[in-house]
Every structure is written in C-alpha cells, then in structure tokens.
Write a protein that binds this ligand. Structure first.
Ligand code: CA
Ligand code: CA
Length: 356
C-alpha cells in the first residue's frame, strides 16, 4: 500500500476533566437514562488481524443535558484512546498508526440540523501528558467547549443554547452519534466506524426538561481584558473566579486560541490550573484569584494583536459548566506607555445568566 503521511494541524485545547461524581436519582438526559444506547464491539477493523475491535471508536451510550443556558452532549465510549491506563489498546493503535478519531453528536431542532464534534488526535509523545489535550471541540454554532472524563469513558461537548438558536422548551429530535477512526494517510476514509443507535434515532430530548442540573455557579471575571505588550515582553491578566454556590468547586482553568509564537501560562507556569473555589458565605460569593501571563514573540509586529480564550470549568454530576473570557494583547513599540485602548473598564466576562 502506497500511503503517504498527511499532516493534520489541530489546535490542542488544554482541558482537564474534573472527575466529580455524585450519586443521584435516575433522571433523563444523564448516564442513568441515556437518550441513545448502542452495542459494544461493533466498531471494528476488518482486515487486521480479523474484526479487531477499536474500543475508542465504539460508542456505547450518549445523552444530552442542559442547565437552561448551556447544552451538553455526552458520548460514552467502550474505552478512551486518551486513557493511559489502557496499554493494550494503545498497542493496537500504535501498530495501526491510527491518529484521528472524529465523534459527532447530531440532533434536529425545529427542522434545523445541529451537531457537536470532538476530534481526537494522538499527540506525540503519546499518551498525551494532559488529559483532554488531544481533543478539539466544535459545533454547528461554531466553537464549543469540551471535557474528557477518562474514568467514565465520556466526552462531553458543551455549547450555549443561544449560540445554537434553541431555547428552553424546544425539543431535540433525530438524535444519533457517529464515530470515525482514521489513519493519517492520504486516503482519508475511516478504518473503523460506529453509529449509535445502529438504525433510526435515539429518544427525543426536551431542552430544559432534564432537571436535576444545578444552575452554573462559577463566573470567570477579568477586570481588564485588553492590554498592550512590547515585542518579546510579557503581560499579566488578573482574574477572579467567583462561586455563588453553596459548595466549593474544583475549577479547571485552561486557554485556547493563542497564535503561534505567543506563550501563555497560569500561576506556577502551567498551561492549565486547577483551583478550589470556596462556597458562597451568606450573600458574599466565594472567590479565588488567578493570573494568566501572555508572552509576545520577539518578532511580533507593532499593531498585531493576539486573542486567547480563557475558560473556567467545573463538573457536577458528570455535567460540566464553563465561564470564559477573551483576552486580547496588542503589540506596541517598546517604551510606548499608551494605555490599553479597548474596554479596560469593568468586568468583561461571559457570565452564566441567572436562571429564571
Ligand atoms: Ca457501539
Ligand atoms: Ca453501533
């Protein structure tokens, strides 16, 4: 076979799955009552050695959930390719040089076809150092956030309802999920696939109908989200993560979208950070502060701007909630003390709106 390696460039989204799981009563739109179920063992490679199951392409269940603001679509797999505790599985993939698996969750609202997508690419060296770092997240609304839960073999893709153009009370119909595993070669036809369910569709899901999902309680706030930076220099953004809930939350900070050549690190020099934000006390929200330091390349041109999207994510009952802020760094000449131009005032945040 005359294959040629084809490079596929993907932006790696750094997300760590917080594995906070709590017992709860069976409710629709969760792992207890998934809208979609599918047999295991039906994603196979037929030629090598013979009907070899590709466990991380094998969908076993899928469900939707929402908190009235964000829709989460969760795909449960037989095994995770990103799970470093599955060596036999890695061996198979190393042998087959499979490098990409695309997962899609499809549904229809008011005759409009919607989808969410997680794209997995095995990074080098493998396995990836950071859980979730090998995934990118997309949706029919544009961008999306995602959470990987290696412990439960789930991928959860999160999109604001508003971005999808759907509202509480709408009914999502024609639910189905697909997976497709590819070799990174010129012939990009999948070597293993799954569809769940095998035929037709899963159960309908009513937006806002799941219940049992808490209102988002974490808000990422940044008092100045646009700053100036000289070529080769750093600029630091101070952030506050508020918790308006009655329990503390483990919040994962991550960023995405930084242009090539630029750098960004949270306190301690990491690309992600996990902090515990205390519960609200009386009427005073709990909070923790954090900093993101953005570095401009020495070759950055004056006038150039770099935007980085910072996301604070926490997980409750397998449903993740996110709050994000877009931070922009504008390149100015060294010694130019012109104040940052854009929106220095007040808090700039994508706050989870109050639930009615
Ligand atoms: Ca399956
Ligand atoms: Ca199937």
């Amino acid at each position: 076979m005359d294959y040629k390696i084809k490079s596929i460039s993907l932006i790696l989204t750094m997300l760590i799955a917080a594995s906070a799981l709590f017992a709860s009563a069976a409710i629709a739109g969760t792992s207890d009552e998934p809208e979609i179920t599918d047999p295991s063992g039906d994603a196979v490679i037929g030629e090598f050695p013979a009907a070899t199951p590709v466990n991380s392409a094998d969908i076993v269940a899928a469900w939707m959930n929402d908190d009235g603001e964000n829709l989460s679509t969760t795909i449960q797999l037989f095994a995770m390719d990103s799970d470093p505790t599955a060596p036999e599985f890695f061996f198979l993939f190393e042998l087959l040089h499979i490098r990409v698996i695309v997962y899609e969750f499809h549904f229809t609202v008011d005759e409009t076809a919607c989808w969410t997508r997680a794209t997995y690419q095995l990074s080098e060296p493998s396995p990836p150092d950071v859980p979730g770092s090998a995934y990118t997240w997309e949706s029919s609304a544009g961008t999306a956030n995602g959470v990987v839960d290696d412990a439960n073999n789930t991928l959860t893709i999160i999109v604001p309802l508003e971005d999808l153009g759907v509202s509480v009370g709408d009914i999502a119909t024609e639910l189905y999920v697909t997976s497709a595993a590819y070799l990174l070669m010129t012939d990009l036809s999948p070597v293993a696939e799954d569809r769940a369910p095998d035929a037709d569709f899963g159960e309908d899901y009513t937006i806002g109908g799941a219940g049992g999902v808490p209102t988002p309680e974490i808000t990422l706030s940044c008092s100045s989200k646009s700053k100036n930076v000289a070529p080769g220099a750093n600029v630091t953004y101070a952030m506050v993560i508020y918790n308006t809930g009655g329990t503390e939350h483990a919040v994962t900070l991550a960023y995405a979208g930084l242009p090539s050549g630029w750098t960004a690190t949270f306190d301690g020099g990491s690309a992600t950070a996990t902090i515990t934000v205390p519960a609200q006390a009386g009427s005073t929200p709990g909070y923790k502060t954090a900093n993101l330091t953005v570095g401009a390349p020495a070759t950055a041109a004056v006038g150039e701007a770099a935007a980085v999207n910072v996301t604070a994510t926490y997980v409750v009952s397998s449903v993740s909630h996110s709050s994000s802020a877009l931070l922009t760094s504008k390149v100015v000449a060294a010694g130019d003390d012109t104040p940052p131009g854009d929106d220095p005032a007040t808090t700039m945040m994508t706050a989870p709106a109050e639930r009615a």
